[in-house]
Design a protein around this ligand. Structure first.
Ligand SMILES: [Fe+2]
Length: 333
């Protein structure tokens, strides 16, 4: 490895840190990535993710070029996604715009869809003043740590995720002005054409139903445990715990607020069921959250960092934060 040095930030060896030895400008960064592409890809598969640090990478365009140079897959649109994001350029988005006070537990990105992203990329434009680390965790170790009874139940029954997207609603629009907590279907599917939404649902094998006031209910059916498509390793691959809006996920006051706002008849939040239509017990979800918490590695950003994760091997999340924070994200398949 001529042009970079490797190290780890922790004993768990996630991510592998790749630091430049002699790269001076962006053109050389791309040359280095292209030259070492094979080794970098192998490292991602072995460790679950790599962190490119110290390379002169800045902004959405350069981030895009780095993704391109790695050649791990084709960029995919964030269609049907459950978290609020802004499109920056092409298929580069802001990482979640969920309220800064909210801690987002580990999850595999879009593990509720059949054509899930194989890799997720992050680029730090502005680190937060305090907190705001990206949390990461080894999905192989998480699979091993979840209690066998829970693991078997999830594996056997599979999951049915439901997202309710609204169209126009004074209360939700007002909430969104202060904290981006909800998505319209126009936002989730990046179009205001209903037929186009239907086409995209069909193409992605989502079940959908139009609801009163032009709201949209989308059901995603997926396994909770999968074998890694390349290595065959068993991994915990789901985000059931993010689809039950409970006190532990939201924090007490947000949970009280949610109870008040969502007391109406039309559901505006996520719902989670097993594939057979039975409810996923809260105790199971809380147990999974305990495991995820135990296995969370907090990763503090430095300006210019690019992190590449195998989205099946490595879960990610976000710590709460203060100050401005700008982390870009992109997905490939
Ligand atoms: Fe995510």
């Amino acid at each position: 490895m001529g042009s970079y040095a490797t190290s780890f930030l922790n004993d768990l060896k996630l991510p592998l840190v790749v630091e430049t030895k002699n790269v001076k400008n962006f053109a050389e960064t791309i040359e280095c990535i292209q030259a070492e592409k094979r080794e970098l890809r192998e490292s991602i598969l072995k460790y679950g993710g790599i962190l490119l640090r110290g390379f002169p990478i800045e902004g959405a365009d350069e981030f895009n070029e780095v993704i391109d140079a790695l050649g791990l897959g084709r960029p995919i649109q964030y269609i049907g996604g459950d978290t609020p994001r802004d499109r920056v350029k092409g298929e580069v988005y802001t990482s979640t715009e969920a309220p800064p006070s909210l801690m987002i537990p580990l999850h595999n990105e879009m593990s509720f869809i059949k054509h899930y992203p194989r890799h997720i990329y992050f680029h730090c434009v502005t680190p937060s003043e305090t907190g705001g680390e990206t949390a990461i965790g080894d999905a192989r170790a998480i699979y091993q740590t979840v209690a066998p009874s829970v693991r078997d139940r999830f594996a056997e029954k599979r999951l049915s995720y439901i997202s309710n997207f609204y169209k126009k609603n004074l209360v939700l629009d007002t909430i969104n002005k202060y904290c981006r907590a909800h998505k319209t279907w126009m936002d989730a599917f990046q179009t205001d054409d209903k037929e186009e939404v239907e086409r995209r649902c069909l193409a992605n094998e989502f079940k959908f139903a139009w609801r009163p006031k032009d709201w949209l209910r989308v059901t995603y059916e997926m396994p909770a445990v999968i074998d890694h498509p390349e290595t065959g390793e068993k991994v915990w691959f789901n985000q059931a715990h993010l689809y039950d809006y409970n006190r532990r996920l939201l924090g007490f006051w947000n949970w009280v607020g949610a109870k008040f706002v969502y007391a109406k008849k039309e559901r505006v939040m996520h719902e989670i069921y097993f594939g057979d239509g039975t409810k996923v017990p809260k105790e199971d979800l809380y147990h999974v959250m305990d495991v995820l918490e135990k296995k969370t590695i907090k990763f503090p950003w430095q300006k210019g960092d690019v992190m590449v994760l195998d989205n099946v091997l490595t879960m990610h999340g976000r710590a709460s934060f203060t100050g401005k924070r700008k982390i870009l994200a992109s997905l490939t398949r």
